[in-house]
Design a protein around this ligand. Structure first.
Ligand code: PLP
Length: 258
């Protein structure tokens, strides 16, 4: 019998340690019942602890890969992770416009191990060029503060990101203090929702990528935004509760079934 799966077009960095980036996208999206198309925005030199170096890929190469994939069939969602270089932004804007489906972006500004993965040029371009194209931006709290440094608090940062053109914002609180994790979702109508998860006392590599990719996968299989975000958060919690060591650094979310 012929079966098919909705396709999610992922444009993310490659993390050879297998914790974050396109590995996370592929596994988290497959776990939702969708199929990930994996276009690499940047290679990286990293291990399970930190990123040493980012090697952005040529914009023309990314554009050509996407062109062939879009000609091969429709996609149900676009997911963007590490961008690496502002030169890629016009290609990403064009991809989202041509795909004509919701785009979810996890702005990977700094690695959990501390390496800065963005410069001022990329952050400005992200706000000016990419935000108006996005259905959802999923910064962690530190990234939200970095993108909107004058905002007095996280709800204000979410409001300013929305005012810059992004339809919805989910500020994740995994790196914030507190007994539980509180994610703040500003929906398309401007209403704020707090989504809580039990906190697991460990450090993870690729948790943010896992959540954003799972949301894209849930949207691709037909969830509405409220369902997609809640189910992706539950799924991510499960992957963290079952996380495993794959090196000497942080734990890797267990995104696959066995
Ligand atoms: N490398 C790549 C390619 C990523 O996409 C990310 C995060 O999205 C990271 C590294 C950093 O991940 P983490 O902060 O979870 O270590």
């Amino acid at each position: 019998m012929l079966t098919s799966r909705p396709r999610v077009l992922c444009l993310s960095g490659h993390d050879p340690s297998g914790g974050a980036g396109i590995h996370a996208d592929l596994e988290a999206i497959a776990a939702q019942g969708a199929h990930a198309l994996t276009v690499i925005t940047a290679l990286t030199v990293q291990d399970s602890g930190n990123v040493r170096r980012v090697l952005p890929q040529p914009p023309a190469q990314v554009a050509e890969q996407v062109e062939l994939l879009l000609a091969d069939g429709p996609v149900a969602a676009v997911k963007i992770g590490l961008i690496g270089d502002a030169a890629l932004l016009p290609v990403l804007v064009d991809v989202i416009r041509r795909a004509g489906v919701p785009a979810i972006c996890d702005p990977v500004l700094r690695a959990g191990g501390g390496t800065d993965l963005s410069d001022a040029n990329l952050r400005a371009g992200l706000i000016e060029q990419l935000l108006p194209q996005l259905a959802l931006l999923t910064p962690n709290a530190a990234e939200a503060r970095r993108l909107m440094p004058d905002a007095p608090d996280l709800p204000a940062a979410a409001a300013r990101l929305a005012a810059a053109g992004c339809r919805q914002v989910l500020i994740t609180g995994g790196d914030e203090p507190g007994l539980d994790i509180q994610n703040l979702w500003r929906d398309g109508a401007g209403t704020l929702h707090t989504l809580r998860s039990p906190r697991i006392d460990a450090r993870f590599h690729g948790a943010g990528c896992t959540l954003a990719a799972a949301i894209a996968g849930r949207i691709a299989v037909g969830d509405d935004w409220g369902q997609a975000i809640a189910r992706a958060q539950d799924y991510t919690h499960g992957t963290l509760a079952a996380a495993y060591a794959a090196g000497q650094g942080r734990l890797i979310p267990k995104r696959h079934l066995t």
